[in-house]
Design a protein around this ligand. Sequence first.
Ligand code: HEC
Length: 165
Amino acid sequence: MKRRTKIAIALLILAGVGGMSAALFIGPRMRIQPNIRPHQAVFAPLPANLAPYSTPAGPPAASMPADQALAAGKVYYGYYCAFCHGAAGRGDGPVGESYTPAPADLRTAAVRGYSDAQLERAMLTGPGHEPVLEQVVWPAYRPALMAYVRQLAASQEAAASRPAP
Ligand code: HEC
């Protein structure tokens, strides 16, 4: 083996070890993202009344009772939004930390003030999203997801109007 090849290999090994220890040092950042490993084979229970993906004309999520829609919306929020916008909607999810500007705080007056159509637009193609989410978030999930985002926003309003202790 030529000396230059040996040096190149040594450098590659060094870079690999360095990279791995950097990753260990920084640590996993996706802890809040629900995930299923193939060997676990137990899937998170889907909300009742949810139309299976392959059924063309199942009952839309909008026809769920409000509490069920909120519960379903919370699950979808965990799938699609929490890693950027944070579990409580503060814009502080682990992936969101890498964004400039940071993901929006979903509990602000601006988000509360959106009409349904505006909220849906902002959720799917809004600033920082590009048109990607539109193709990812299945239409039947959207009403429940929006109901949940509205609840996040309203909970902040309730917190703000609570009298100081
Ligand atoms: C890849 C990270 C990422 C994901 C995933 C994501 N967002 Fe966002 N979101 C952002 C960023 C970044 C912004 C823009 C912040 C800004 O420009 O002030 C944003 C903006 C928004 C806004 C607009 C707020 C405003 O003031 O106009 C809404 C609403 C929103 N997101 C909702 C959602 C919902 C609901 C989901 C899940 C379906 C979601 N986002 C998924 C990163 C993300």
